[in-house]
Design a protein around this ligand. Structure first.
Ligand SMILES: Nc1ncnc2c1ncn2[C@@H]1O[C@H](COP(=O)(O)OP(=O)(O)OP(=O)(O)O)[C@@H](O)[C@H]1O
Ligand SMILES: [Mg+2]
Length: 303
């Protein structure tokens, strides 16, 4: 890495727009001026409902669709240059691979196409097949794989060439709970090794657990970019209290909105004992729902 690229965003979208043209001259604006810089070494969650434009943005990064206007840069290099994707590993949504190959053959193929040396490639293929728990199935053709197993191969093929930047379109999709937990662990491990991870999801809990920042996209517009820690720490909006009636021994639990708290406390008679009082914070889910409810019509407008 040169000193010039050290401070470049890993991925930079500038005023990205995408209009899909359909039959009969219909046009659908899937991305509306998305501007975003994903920093090197961060885990960035790209959150949005179905049809929000997540995959369109990701496909623009990967050069799989051509933006109608705006630009994408990867480590400062325009994404129109295929070489810019050399440091990038990509997991498509609904991956489908050459299904006559075995899982092992497919990983060897991916590694070779990234120019990996044979000995390292063999070692890494074994490591990632074991990591994703598909080692026992490695000699089977991919067409015999279940949906979740294909997803695991998809993640394995990203990891095998050890890219600096990982672009993952719904990496937890189709995985069982153990698989999801494993992928979260893998993402955290990647972060600890200084990798940049940009992934889309609808699952808010996944963002809470692994992301440094979150971007929320609605109807093709990026509505918010926030530090996850700050969203979680900000906004104590109420208090949960556990109150015991000292005469009857009855215990009651109440949640009081912050502005109403002092009035509530003043109204307590001396026979009420406060056993517990804890803040209720706005979590990422509430933050997301507030944005979604505040948005105009669901789904992008046909033009
Ligand atoms: N090839 C295409 N031709 C026409 N419209 C498309 C095409 N691909 C996507 N769209 C439309 O663009 C909008 C954004 O789709 P996109 O796939 O980017 O959403 P998404 O956020 O990835 O959704 P999901 O969570 O369902 O994967 C949708 O309205 C979709 O119907
Ligand atoms: Mg998608």
């Amino acid at each position: 890495m040169t000193s010039q690229t050290l401070h470049e965003p890993a991925i930079e979208l500038a005023n990205l727009c995408k209009v899909y043209s359909g039959k009969g001259g219909s046009r659908l604006q899937a991305l509306q001026g998305v501007t975003l810089a994903v920093r090197q070494g961060e885990v960035f969650g790209f959150l949005g409902p179905n049809g929000a434009g997540k995959s369109s943005a990701i496909k623009s990064i990967m050069g799989l669709i051509t933006p109608s206007s705006g630009s994408v840069r990867i480590m400062g290099q325009p994404a129109t240059d295929p070489d810019s994707r050399q440091p990038v590993g990509y997991l498509p949504e609904n991956p489908s691979f050459y299904d006559t190959l075995t899982a092992e053959e497919y990983l060897l193929f991916v590694g070779r196409s990234f120019g990996m040396k044979w000995v390292t490639l063999r070692q890494e293929t074994e490591r990632v097949l074991k990591l994703l728990e598909i080692w026992d199935a490695r000699k089977r053709p991919l067409r015999s794989f279940s949906k979740g197993m294909v997803q695991r191969v998809g993640i394995a093929q990203v990891l095998v060439h050890d890219p600096a930047i990982l672009v993952l379109d719904e990496p937890m999709s189709g995985l069982d709970p153990l698989g999801r937990a494993l992928v979260k662990e893998i993402i955290l491990d990647l972060k600890s090794r200084g990798k940049t991870v940009f992934f889309s999801t609808h699952i808010i809990a996944d963002v809470e657990e692994v992301c440094d920042r979150v971007g929320v996209i609605l109807n093709g517009e990026l509505r918010a970019v926030e530090e996850v820690r700050e969203v979680m720490a900000a906004g104590v909006h109420g208090y949960r209290l556990k109150i015991r009636d000292t005469e009857s021994g009855e215990i009651e639990e109440v949640t009081i909105h912050r502005p109403a708290l002092s009035g509530y406390l003043h109204g307590l008679t001396p026979r009420k004992e406060i056993l517990l009082m804890e803040p209720v914070r706005r979590n990422l889910e509430e933050f997301f729902l507030e944005l979604v409810k505040g948005a105009a019509a669901p789904g992008p407008e046909a033009m």
